[in-house]
Design a protein around this ligand. Structure first.
Ligand code: NAD
Length: 497
């Protein structure tokens, strides 16, 4: 038997072998239980080298005209298109997604690279001539005094750090570093220890597209490496995507150390089904939202609230649709749902199913009994009915293929239920009434609203993040917020005598 590959860091333009002095993490294909590679979890020395490389690269990179920096991103987009299937295949292996989902992961990531190519426009500042007049230095041709002009420029920060979760191995890093470097920063990426292989390749391909060394670096690791990076004197900003528990810690630690931070965190997402909704659109939307990516999305619909008599058709039709989902390895023909990420996740999800039964919810479709491979981390789609607020399955993030159905008499009661949540990532309504849709978008306390859409997905051009415990920070990911996050504003007031 050959030893598993050791996952390299990528520092100053090249792969760097890990030292493996402390803890390690095994990267496992969750569909087959095969160990693919081993990650150095406590690579603090490598993190130090990565920050040093980013610091050294910063002055020349920041001084390069933004249009020249973007030329690299245009080339990188082409390189990603060329390696599209390779990256998607890597995601299927290390994460377990279906091939279609893995392709979506890469495609949405490429969108972010394309958006970052617009940095010359997005970084433009503002100016206001003649904000005041100085009478101290009157010239004969300008008796009222010389004019004073003001501008605001957007300038890069320096070394930025990104910490990413397992569930979108290629896309989430691309939410961060392309815009960060387009704005003139340099970057250190710490990908999830569960899915580092496609992230290392993503960074390596950037260098095949001609990125100068040190502009983008990657170090593997776990919490110790994260804590080192987010408190490092040379780091100016921290972007995090992951659980609320880790995000809260990272936000408080990084901001206490004087860093700018944005932490996109966990979720519990509600979908409200009105009696007047288009039934086919509901079933397609709710099933896709709850079971797509095996429920491992921060935008996964986790609770469907049937309003009025909607539950009478909703539950039987959901069960009928769930029965048709093929649970299998991601590359199998006709697969609808792959495995969850690892054994610990599977056990956590099975614990939630058991708690739903104990709390008295009705288990209408039991994913534990679905037809699925005996090896690997598979859990079938699961549907509970008659779920009430206060039950664990109603309140906590499950991050797996478990859908809870609740019943409420009115839209306002449904809104009250979803607004109880300590999370506020997204909420969705299905209705044919403009009035209900408008009332919902006005009163749902979430960052992303879907109207007749199961997943109001992040788009590169729009800011993306939740509210409440789903987000810590001020500026969201993507869109104009990302440009503001990765730049500092500098106001210049000038007077020429
Ligand atoms: P996670 O929090 O376990 O890990 C995310 C990253 O943080 C990893 O790189 C990990 O190494 C690091 N980390 C974990 N614990 C840490 C600690 N104590 N100190 C410092 N660093 C730590 O999250 P995950 O399981 O990889 O991802 C799933 C979570 O991410 C879910 O809660 C999901 O909702 C959330 N998520 C949120 C968004 C969003 O945009 N809001 C998007 C994707 C995923």
């Amino acid at each position: 038997m050959t030893a598993p590959t050791r996952v390299d860091h990528f520092i100053a333009g090249q792969r760097a072998a890990p030292a493996f002095g402390g803890g390690t993490h095994a990267v496992v294909n969750p569909a087959t239980d095969e160990t693919l590679a081993e990650v150095d979890l406590v690579a603090v020395r490598a993190a130090e080298d990565a920050v040093a490389a980013a610091r050294e690269a910063f002055p020349a990179w920041a001084a390069m005209p933004v249009g020249d920096r973007c030329q690299f991103l245009f080339r990188y987009k082409q390189v990603l298109e060329t390696h599209f299937e390779e990256l998607a295949g890597m995601i299927v292996k290390e994460h377990g997604k279906t091939l279609a989902e893995a392709r979506g992961d890469v495609r949405r990531g490429i969108d972010c690279v394309e958006f970052a190519c617009a940095a010359p426009t997005l970084m433009m500042g503002k100016s206001l001539p003649q904000i005041a007049v100085s009478s101290s230095f009157c010239r004969t041709e300008d008796k009222s005094g010389v004019g004073i002009d003001s501008t605001v420029d957007r300038v890069p920060l320096g070394v930025c750090v990104g910490i990413t979760p397992f569930n979108f191995p290629v896309m989430v890093p691309l939410w961060m570093w392309p815009m960060a470097i387009a704005c003139g920063n340099t970057f250190v990426l710490k990908p999830s220890e569960k899915v580092p292989l496609s992230a290392v390749r993503e960074v390596e391909l950037a260098h095949e597209a001609g990125l100068p060394k040190g502009v983008l670096n990657l170090v593997t690791g776990g919490p110790k490496v994260v804590d080192y990076l987010i408190t490092h004197d040379d780091v100016r900003a921290v972007s995090f995507v992951g659980s609320t528990r880790a995000g809260k810690h990272i936000y408080t630690t990084a901001t206490a150390a004087g860093k700018r931070a944005q932490c996109m965190c966990g979720a519990k997402n509600y979908m409200v089904i009105m009696p007047d909704a288009n039934q086919d659109a509901v079933i397609e939307g709710v099933i896709g939202s709850a079971f797509g990516n095996t429920g491992q999305r921060c935008l996964a619909g986790s609770v469907a609230i049937a309003v009025g008599d909607a539950g009478t058709w909703l539950v039987p039709r959901l069960v009928e649709a769930a029965k048709k989902i093929k649970v299998a390895p991601g590359c199998d023909a006709g697969v609808g749902m792959g495995p969850v990420i690892d054994v610990a996740s599977k056990e956590r999800i099975l614990g939630f199913i058991a708690s739903g039964e104990q709390d008295g919810a009705t288990l209408t479709f039991d994913g534990r009994k679905a037809a699925m491979p005996s090896q690997g981390c598979f859990v079938g789609p699961t549907i509970f009915d008659n779920v009430r607020p206060g039950m664990k399955i109603a309140d906590e993030e499950i991050f797996g293929p478990v859908l809870s159905v609740m019943r409420e008499d009115t839209l306002d009661a449904a809104l009250a239920t979803l607004n109880r949540s300590r999370y506020g990532n997204m909420a969705v309504i299905f209705t044919s009434s403009g009035y209900s849709a408008r009332r919902f978008r006005t009163h749902a306390q979430v960052g992303m609203v879907g109207i007749n859409v199961g997943v109001p997905a992040p788009m590169a051009v729009f800011p993306f993040a939740g509210w409440k415990q789903s987000f810590f920070g001020d500026l969201h990911a993507n869109g104009e917020d990302a440009v503001k996050f990765y730049t500092e504003s500098k106001v210049v007031v000038s007077r020429w005598m």
